[in-house]
Design a protein around this ligand. Structure first.
Ligand SMILES: Nc1ncnc2c1ncn2[C@@H]1O[C@H](COP(=O)(O)OP(=O)(O)OP(=O)(O)O)[C@@H](O)[C@H]1O
Ligand SMILES: [Mg+2]
Length: 318
């Protein structure tokens, strides 16, 4: 359900609050977001809050199935459909009957399969490979992508008509670096999870460790944060994890292609925001103490907070 989705930041909550209504309506849903942002978790939440909850949730990773096998995977085949097809076999559409089919990495779906999927969405009908018999299907389709699907449409890698069909209800998950306020909450959540799993007496993260986590860019988003906390719990010999036990890849190189001026302005804005958030985490939202550490006066400090629209209140609990 929704309880597994940890996060209290406004950008995250706005998205998550849509899930119950999406679950009820049975419409085709496209979840987009970078890798590790929780797309599959949301898809499952939608299924298990929907009237289809008693029927199967079937995930299919379109990126992991070879192009020539994709249609077989989806639609199944009849005996003799191709060399080696000695038995008839249903595909995942049949497996998901009455339930939800989750098509992950939908952008990787081959064009030939796209045509057939469109037909399924429009007519609720399909045929097994090698069979003239039309079958009825009652499945809800939720798909996910970590690419800009409209860009794939422009590049003619993805059919526009299918894109519109899949995207009846869009759900866009924010990157973790766009909701850094949630990092302390998530870190504590995973710390509790892995302390219990490995039966270790680890009770928290020191403020320096937390600051390191809040400042990092998280290209792998929540999944990466989960691994990092898991590793720290496993490796640490302290009850409160010190900064030295947080193991992160070194800062990624800056992307080229932008002008020096743009790159610099962006880097500064990013630095300011991260620096402020790191301080606020370390001082639990206490502005006077944070400003003193930064050696800035309170007024200048507040100006920066407002400039970056940081919610100071969210650093005060926990
Ligand atoms: N908001 C969240 N609260 C708790 N755990 C989360 C949250 N978001 C993601 N996770 C955890 O992070 C991991 C990755 O999530 P998930 O598999 O849903 O990501 P994804 O968007 O499907 O990634 P990919 O594009 O790489 O498939 C999972 O272990 C999931 O439980
Ligand atoms: Mg996934």
């Amino acid at each position: 359900g929704l309880k597994q989705l940890v996060g209290e930041s406004p950008v995250f909550v706005t998205v998550i609050n849509k899930i119950p209504a999406i679950a009820r309506c049975d419409a085709t849903t496209l979840i987009s977001g970078e890798t590790g942002t929780g797309k599959e978790l949301c898809a499952r939440a939608i299924h298990y809050l929907s009237p289809r909850m008693g029927k199967p949730f079937v995930p299919v990773d379109c990126g992991a199935i070879p192009t020539e096998l994709m249609e077989n995977e989806l639609f199944g085949h009849v005996r003799g459909a191709f060399t080696g097809a000695s038995l008839s076999q249903g595909g995942v559409i049949q497996e998901a009957e009455g339930g939800t089919l989750f098509l992950d990495d939908i952008d990787a779906l081959p064009l030939s399969a796209q045509v057939k999927l469109l037909r399924l969405l429009q007519e609720k009908e399909y045929r097994r490979l090698g069979s003239p018999k039309v079958r009825q299907a009652d499945v809800r389709i939720i798909s996910a992508t970590n690419r800009e699907l409209d860009e794939e449409v422009r590049r003619e890698k993805f059919r526009q008509d299918l894109y519109y069909r899949l995207n009846i209800i869009p759900l866009m998950l924010p990157a973790l670096r766009e909701r850094r306020e949630d990092i302390p909450l998530l870190a504590r959540h995973f710390l509790g999870k892995y302390a219990a799993k490995f039966n270790k007496r680890v009770t928290g993260l020191c403020s320096e460790a937390m600051q390191i986590l809040v400042l990092y860019e998280w290209p792998g988003n929540v999944r990466e944060l989960e691994y990092v906390v898991e590793r720290a719990v496993v490796l640490t010999e302290h009850a409160v994890i010190p900064g030295a036990d947080i193991d992160l890849p070194s800062r990624r190189a800056i992307r080229p292609r932008k002008s020096f001026k743009e790159e610099k302005a962006e880097a500064i804005a990013q630095f300011e925001r991260s620096y402020l958030e790191g301080l606020l985490v370390a001082h639990q939202g206490n502005i006077s103490r944070a400003a003193r550490t930064a050696q800035k006066n309170r007024r200048a400090f507040w100006q920066l907070i407002r400039k970056h629209q940081i919610d100071v209140q969210s650093f005060k609990r926990g």
